[in-house]
Design a protein around this ligand. Structure first.
Ligand SMILES: CC(C)(COP(=O)(O)OP(=O)(O)OC[C@H]1O[C@@H](n2cnc3c(N)ncnc32)[C@H](O)[C@@H]1OP(=O)(O)O)[C@@H](O)C(=O)NCCC(=O)NCCS
Length: 194
């Protein structure tokens, strides 16, 4: 998958799947993030061996990883991870992080939409996102995308500083979402022909 998109302010961004050649640029992206942003990441991605692990996951097909690139620089990373467990094969977990300078410009929504399309073609029926309570922007964007807050587990995770945080789990039923979109388009078509 490879797509050129234009942000709300006219900047051109290339969204494409990650390959091994992106390892150094990907590492540079994570190293450029603030301590605060890195505090909520599941893995300590500033270590080269963790980036190598991420590349291997892509090559093994257990994740789909999209990068957003501007002038050869990685500015966002979006992941859809498939469960290895047989009884959860229809479930994908989504993760998304945008460079602070590119936030609130519509890129998060564009990346999430591309991951949704890839999830649908991989026959994923449901997408989960997990976040810690202080990640307010994340809750806001996923609500906008049709996710619902399902579970709050108090003090369930520790951030990179060792602080306990509530974990919030949101889910999105892709089948219901496609149906809603089809109904919406059909209603629009009816209104246009009336
Ligand atoms: C969450 C995140 C991915 C959003 O990316 P983004 O590119 O800024 O999002 P968009 O510009 O596409 O915003 C889409 C909508 O989400 C909501 N939103 C995004 N950031 C928000 C914020 N800081 N406060 C409130 N609402 C916000 C808004 O409704 C926004 O629409 P609007 O700008 O028209 O009001 C980004 O803030 C980020 O990388 N955060 C750190 C990592 C993280 O929390 N990842 C999610 C956990 S998996």
């Amino acid at each position: 998958m490879q797509k050129n998109v234009e942000l709300e302010d006219g900047v051109e961004v290339l969204i494409r799947e990650m390959t091994r050649q992106d390892a150094a640029a990907s590492l540079a992206f994570f190293q450029s993030l603030s301590e605060e942003d890195r505090a909520y990441l599941r893995r300590d991605v500033v270590r080269p061996e963790i980036i190598e692990q991420r590349v291997r996951e892509v090559e093994a097909g257990t994740v789909i990883r999209l990068l957003a690139v501007v002038g050869g620089e990685v500015i966002a990373d979006g992941t859809l991870e498939f469960s290895g467990e047989e009884w959860k094969r229809h479930v994908g977990e989504l993760r998304l992080i945008i460079a602070p300078a590119f936030r609130r410009r519509g890129l998060g929504l564009r990346m999430a939409r591309e991951l949704f399309l890839l999830a649908a073609s991989a026959r994923v029926e449901e997408i989960l996102v997990r976040m810690m309570r202080p990640q307010k922007a994340a809750r806001s964007i996923f609500r906008k995308l049709g996710f619902r807050q399902e579970v709050v587990l108090p003090d369930y995770v520790r951030d990179q500083d060792g602080e306990k945080q509530d974990m919030i789990l949101m889910r999105c039923d892709l089948e219901a979402l496609w149906q809603e979109m089809e109904d919406f388009v059909a209603t629009g078509d009816r209104q246009r022909t009336q």
